[in-house]
Design a protein around this ligand. Sequence first.
Ligand SMILES: Cc1cc2nc3c(=O)[nH]c(=O)nc-3n(C[C@H](O)[C@H](O)[C@H](O)COP(=O)(O)O)c2cc1C
Length: 188
Amino acid sequence: MFELSFSTVKVKFKFMCAVNKTDLSHTQDPLQLSKEWLKEAEQSSQITHPNAMAVATVNPKGQPSSRIVLLKEINNEGFIFSTNYESQKGRDLEQSPLIAANIYWDPLFRQICIQGAAEKLDRQDSQKYWASRPRESQISHFVSPQSQPVESRAFLDQQYNKALKQFRNDLFLFLKSKSSWLAQRLFP
Ligand SMILES: Cc1cc2nc3c(=O)[nH]c(=O)nc-3n(C[C@H](O)[C@H](O)[C@H](O)COP(=O)(O)O)c2cc1C
């Protein structure tokens, strides 16, 4: 196991991988390395969800909680994922932007541990990520109250089918979802 940590004032990155030290010798830029590792993971036929990322947030009592989200993109400003703002994590982030994330690619035996803060992307950027989501996910978002108990599966199905017929236009759905859905940038 080889381990290397990068840190600056705001940044805390930890990369862990198997013995291939060349991985870590050609760049000291953690975001660049993250992008390269993600690309390799995406190219691996053995990895079903290369962009699955565990994200931990903290509630006002200091209780951490974690869940899987899909990493949309790694760019020069950080890690992009999107979420419903009415979810537990959304509410946590309203109170405290502090966040930790972890990505693990099993066959590659690599993980990235990130600590940082999250900030909302603006509506225009969020819309771009919204448009990249499958229509089924957009509708599901619209009809399911996040992180809350639902009446029954049948109720959800009914709402889903109703919305499917009602909203034919992606942008309209996005506008209807108001502030509840926004892409997030996790900047380490
Ligand atoms: C493979 C997978 C991908 C997921 N992707 C997302 C995502 O991109 N954004 C999101 O908010 N929730 C995503 N979820 C659902 C979350 O894991 C979680 O159940 C939901 O967001 C509510 O979490 P919270 O109540 O802790 O906020 C995904 C779940 C799975 C299993």
